[in-house]
Design a protein around this ligand. Structure first.
Ligand SMILES: Nc1nc2c(ncn2[C@@H]2O[C@H](COP(=O)(O)OP(=O)(O)OP(=O)(O)O)[C@@H](O)[C@H]2O)c(=O)[nH]1
Ligand SMILES: [Mg+2]
Length: 247
């Protein structure tokens, strides 16, 4: 079983990609299961095989503890660990070839609280791959692109699992914008030069070192996808296969 954790900032397209990629895998005759780990979501564009909402009632938590939506989400996310034995049993009886895991909206809650690494350690499957979504809106200009890459690095540092950084909603990029980002990926020195010339962000030593680290490490496994047009889902699949063959 391949467990594919779909993680990203709020609204980056995790749920839409879960729906699109599961359909893509089914069309390619792969056996897929979906685990929804977002207790707060009201509507999903896919039918989850396993659903945290059957264990945790977001509205009831809000009422019982007099919490607002953010506080309730924190409480609910921490509660996921309590039910992970049952969820693990459901995964075992489903045992799909690919388990897609849609995670809660606020990435920092899932990734940086203890529940995220705990779930990853218990989810099972011989291959766990993290897809870290970078919303294409953050990749259009060099400094926000680098900031998004730094965020994805902190996710990698937190989970220490093979990770693919996915530029989501690629249909919202013009051809010109996409080509520019592709150039930055292929030739990080160009990204560096653009940052120096246009953004003047390379003044401090720390910034210079960060950019060097990004140039050599972070741009390697990046893929563009669109849940709307299905662009890049074949590349994503190829990358998943390549990475799992290396593990
Ligand atoms: N054009 C376009 N819009 C997208 C794409 N993926 C998602 N969206 C839109 O972006 C918004 C957020 O998408 P979701 O899939 O709910 O994002 P999410 O990361 O699951 O959101 P939260 O779980 O609330 O953090 C919705 O309005 C989607 O229709 C895409 O590939 N292309
Ligand atoms: Mg979602």
């Amino acid at each position: 079983m391949y467990s594919i954790m779909i993680i990203g900032t709020a609204g980056s397209g995790k749920t839409a990609l879960t729906a699109a990629f599961s359909e893509w895998l089914k069309n390619n005759e792969r056996n897929v299961g979906i685990l929804n780990l977002d207790p707060g979501v009201k509507w999903l564009p896919y039918a989850p095989d396993i659903d945290i909402r059957e264990y945790i009632d977001f509205e009831a938590v809000m009422e019982k503890y007099n919490l607002g939506p953010n506080g309730a989400l924190v409480a609910c996310i921490d509660m996921i660990a309590n039910y992970f034995g049952e969820i693990r049993d459901e995964i075992t009886s489903l045992e799909p070839e690919f388990l897609l895991v849609d995670t809660p909206g606020q990435m920092e809650l899932f990734a940086f609280r203890s529940v995220g690494p705990y779930i990853i350690s218990r989810i099972g499957g011989e291959n766990i791959i993290v897809l870290c979504l970078l919303d294409s809106i953050f990749t259009k200009n060099p400094s926000s692109f680098v900031s998004a890459l730094l965020l994805s690095t902190s996710v990698q540092y937190r989970f220490l699992k093979p990770q693919i950084n996915v530029i989501s909603k690629s249909d919202l990029l013009t051809l010109e914008e996409k080509e520019k980002i592709e150039q930055w990926i292929e030739n990080p020195d160009e990204l560096k030069m653009t940052l120096i010339e246009k953004e003047q962000v390379l003044r401090g030593e720390l910034n210079k070192k960060l950019i060097d680290a990004i140039s050599t490490e972070l741009l390697a496994d990046l893929v563009f996808t669109s849940a709307t047009t299905w662009e890049g889902l074949d590349n994503l699949f190829a990358l998943i296969q390549r990475i799992s063959a290396e593990v």
